[in-house]
Design a binder for this molecule. Structure first.
Ligand code: ATP
Ligand code: MG
Length: 352
């Protein structure tokens, strides 16, 4: 116990946004110190992480989709929650060590980790266990929309409504917050990954062209949109012909990709509308002035703000730095743990 306390002294406490696509670590006074894909490369059929436990993050992402038979690159989170416990632990442990640099094996930091608001108690427990086994001395969980609101500088503690839509890789979190708590929320397991999947399916169906996840994501970022563009775009994309089996290149347009993205985009709009319908009248009224704030990678999809504004009649704003709002928020909570206390069921969230 004494040793534990001593090791704590030498540890840097961290705020962690453990995302389906990306993990970010934020440290007091330093800001975001780590931003890497949530990917781990292992020897196939085992949980042995390659390169002595170091094939994690950027290194492992390079291997995704290109791995030879004996290696698999795993994304241990799916739909915002841990799907592979041991690999998540290996990943967190590597990231914690990396942030600490030399002597990282001995540190015992306190960490605040963000989790989707819709996850179960068992899923929450899994995050806490993973982080503890990865070396954390104390783990606190915060709901993602609260962290996003805090990180974006919204007045979530005040007696007025703030609304956040966080469109991540695996989940979209929609929440209306007031007085430091979530008043109404909805978490759907649809996000950027589903958009990539829709693009893959479209190309397969329309052109018999097979492309990988990374290429689909490139298409989405380069020409994807949720609403018509002033100037529509085109792009060349290469893949494998499903009939001849040979490599082939085609040119695709932003119009057809928008059509392909319709379903996930519509699901996000519906979640936002449903959340607004559930809101108490007083809070709904606040939103006429305060508007909706969107963040997460999906907020960067062209026209996403416009379609949401059209559907709701409210002002929609993309927060500054939409990809790091959650991580920044976790680190603000780290400095203000008492804010978490008020809104938490202690047994669920790691309080003693
Ligand atoms: N410019 C862009 N246009 C459209 N989508 C983008 C853009 N940039 C990133 N994305 C997408 O955003 C998603 C990643 O967002 P983010 O980092 O917020 O997710 P995450 O936090 O890892 O996931 P989750 O919160 O669901 O666990 C990916 O699907 C990525 O392709
Ligand atoms: Mg996220």
């Amino acid at each position: 116990m004494l040793l534990d306390t001593l090791l704590g002294w030498f540890s840097t406490d961290m705020g962690i946004d453990l995302g389906t696509c990306t993990t970010l670590v934020c440290v007091r006074d330093k800001g975001i110190v780590l931003n890497e894909p949530s990917v781990v490369a292992v020897r196939k059929g085992t949980n042995i992480v390659l390169n002595n436990g170091e094939a994690v993050g950027l290194v492992a992402r390079e291997m995704l989709g290109k791995t030879p038979g004996s290696i698999s690159a795993i994304r241990p989170l799916k739909d915002g929650v841990i799907s592979d416990f041991e690999i998540t632990e290996a990943m967190l442990s590597y990231f914690i060590r990396k942030v600490h640099g030399k002597g990282g094996k001995l540190v015992r930091p306190r960490v605040v980790i963000s989790v989707p608001s819709g996850i179960t108690a068992v899923e929450r427990r899994a995050v806490i266990d993973s982080a503890e086994r990865a070396g954390a001395r104390k783990v606190y969980l915060v709901d993602e929309p609260m962290a996003a609101g805090m990180g974006a500088g919204l007045p979530i503690i005040d007696p007025t409504a703030s609304m956040i839509v966080d469109i991540g890789g695996g989940t979209t979190e929609v929440a209306i917050m007031s007085l430091g708590d979530i008043a109404t929320c909805e978490s759907i397991r649809i996000g950027g990954d589903d958009m990539d999947e829709s693009i893959i399916n479209h190309l397969k169906r329309t052109y018999n062209l097979l492309i990988g996840e990374m290429r689909a994501e490139k298409v989405k970022i380069q020409i994807g949109s949720a609403a018509p563009l002033e100037e529509e775009l085109t792009m060349e994309v290469a893949g494998r012909d499903t009939i001849s089996g040979l490599p082939r290149k085609i040119v695709i347009t932003s119009e057809e990709i928008r059509e392909a993205l319709k379903e996930p985009v519509a699901a996000i709009i519906e979640a936002v509308s449903r959340t607004l319908e559930k809101a108490a009248p007083e809070l709904a009224a606040d939103l006429i002035d305060n508007g909706i704030h969107i963040c997460g990678g999906g907020a960067l999809l062209r026209g996403m703000d416009r379609v949401l504004a059209n559907a709701t009649g409210l002002r929609v704003e993309i927060v500054d730095d939409p990809l790091s709002a959650v991580a920044k928020g976790t680190s603000i909570y780290l400095d203000n743990l008492e804010l978490l206390k008020e809104t938490m069921d202690h047994s669920d969230y790691g309080w003693e």
